[in-house]
Design a protein around this ligand. Structure first.
Ligand SMILES: *Cc1c(COP(=O)(O)O)cnc(C)c1O
Length: 441
């Protein structure tokens, strides 16, 4: 049967299919929403990022539905996966965007000009050119991270004759259990301003007619699995909003940030995620914390939760070798393609594309880069891997390609988007020529 025929034949209702895992075995062959990964590897080569459009839409929809009862905008965090095709898809669903650079602003512009008015600009080190570009684009809100930045924003707004809507990103001093590199909400972190100092900063900002104190924002970190810390942070923000209104500021926006985590250890054999329940609990916790806020437009900035489980990194085993008692499967993907295991000691499930038979044996799945930190899994029990076979690194849709580099002068991977019965190349494999093009000899 043709690929197309097999896929449409096997599909359930759109809702049911979307709620399930995008990567599942059909027979003994791993597929993405019914598309053969083997065929995709043949067509586009490896390493290859494969994304499920349906899963991205489904997950964005969970946030839209969970917050439907209140004025809100879901501002997808571009840095999680900044592919233009994915940004456009989300823009068409009404997403706003959380950006952290002028480069990401340009991405949103190319994906959807109409979405520029739904952009919030976060980040601790905004430069004048980035602020100018965002002011000209007419973004929704600047999330300002210091009083110095507020001064710069006022100066640029005056030069351009545009009033800048801002929210001060406050640091609520809330502890969120996550990896130290992606925890941001403690006083000792570089992000935001101490919440106790915020009121005075807003008071001083009110003297500038180029600044519009439109909101308050907070973001406590990433890969946070419990909803308690989000609620605790938002409660502190709500208290501040009350004080600011007493002081006469017209606070209309509250930005609760992103950071909702996923279960990277979820056993791949389980047919469905409990994504819907997680988002519902998150929305309920935020709703409770925001109850006393009155009329306010709530912004949330999920990144990882929308795209992580929608994507996998497809890679071919180049060789299998034994060093002492250890077995290494050397893949053609490496830490330059997916740095999460090396950077955050992150766990990623790995599945063979041809479902394995026989006993599981411990194996290190590693890349070819010259670093001992270049691994995807250590002492992982998997069916015995063979040279030439394909494996999929799961949950690689967030902070995968967006953190990819050219380390070891490796060209970056290609990306494909599986959208129902269509499969589309959304980024072709980088060539060595492109990789070297900017260098001057
Ligand atoms: C990174 C980031 C996000 C998104 O975090 P996720 O963990 O991917 O949801 C949202 N807001 C800000 C300010 C960020 O820096």
């Amino acid at each position: 049967m043709s690929d197309r025929g097999r896929r449409s034949a096997g599909r359930g209702g759109a809702g049911r299919a979307a709620a399930a895992r995008p990567f599942q075995y059909r027979g003994r062959e791993l597929c993405c929403d019914g598309a053969s990964l083997e065929a995709l590897a043949e067509q586009h080569g490896t390493p290859l990022y494969v994304y499920s459009a349906e899963q991205v839409r489904y997950r964005f929809g969970l946030f839209q539905r969970a917050f439907a009862g209140r004025a809100h905008t879901v501002c997808y965090a571009v840095k999680a996966n900044s592919s233009l095709a994915i940004l456009r898809m989300l823009a068409e669903l009404g997403a706003g965007f959380d950006i952290v650079s002028g480069g990401e602003l340009e991405r949103v512009r190319r994906a959807s000009k109409r979405a520029l008015g739904r952009v919030v600009f976060s980040g601790v080190g905004k430069q004048a050119w980035e602020i100018d570009a965002a002011l000209k684009a007419g973004i929704l809100l600047f999330n300002v991270e210091s009083e110095a930045e507020l001064g710069l924003l006022a100066a640029r707004a005056e030069v351009l004759g545009a009033r800048a809507r801002f929210a001060l990103r406050v640091n609520p001093d809330v502890f969120a259990e996550t990896h130290p590199y992606i925890s941001t909400g403690l006083r000792e972190h570089k992000f935001g301003v101490e919440i106790g100092l915020a009121r005075a900063i807003y008071r001083r900002a009110a003297r500038s007619r180029w600044l519009d104190a439109a909101g308050v924002s907070v973001h406590i970190g990433s890969q946070i699995r419990a909803v308690g810390p989000f609620a605790a942070a938002l409660e502190r923000v709500a208290g501040l909003v009350g004080e600011l209104r007493e002081d006469g500021h017209r606070i209309r926006y509250v930005d609760a940030g992103g950071g909702l985590g996923i279960d990277y250890n979820d056993p791949p054999a389980k047919p469905a995620f409990d994504a819907a329940r997680t988002v519902a609990e998150y929305a309920a916790a935020l709703g409770e914390a925001a109850a006393g806020l009155g009329a306010v437009h709530l912004l949330v900035e999920p990144g990882r939760f929308i795209v992580a489980q929608a994507g996998g990194l497809l890679t071919r085993v180049l060789a299998v070798k034994k060093n002492g008692t250890k077995t290494f499967a050397i893949a053609d993907a490496a830490m330059n393609d997916l740095i999460r295991p090396a950077l955050y000691q992150a766990h990623h499930e790995i599945l063979p594309v041809k479902q394995g038979r026989g006993a599981s044996v411990p194996v290190d799945v590693v890349g070819p880069v010259c670093e001992s930190g270049d691994f995807f899994a250590r002492d992982r029990r998997m069916p015995r891997l063979k040279a030439g076979e394909l494996v999929l690194v799961l949950d690689a849709g967030a902070y995968g390609m967006s953190q990819a580099s050219n380390y070891n002068t490796r060209a970056r991977a290609a990306e494909v988007l599986v959208d129902g019965v269509e499969t589309r190349l959304i980024r072709r494999r980088e060539t060595l020529k492109e990789l070297l093009a900017a260098e001057i000899l």
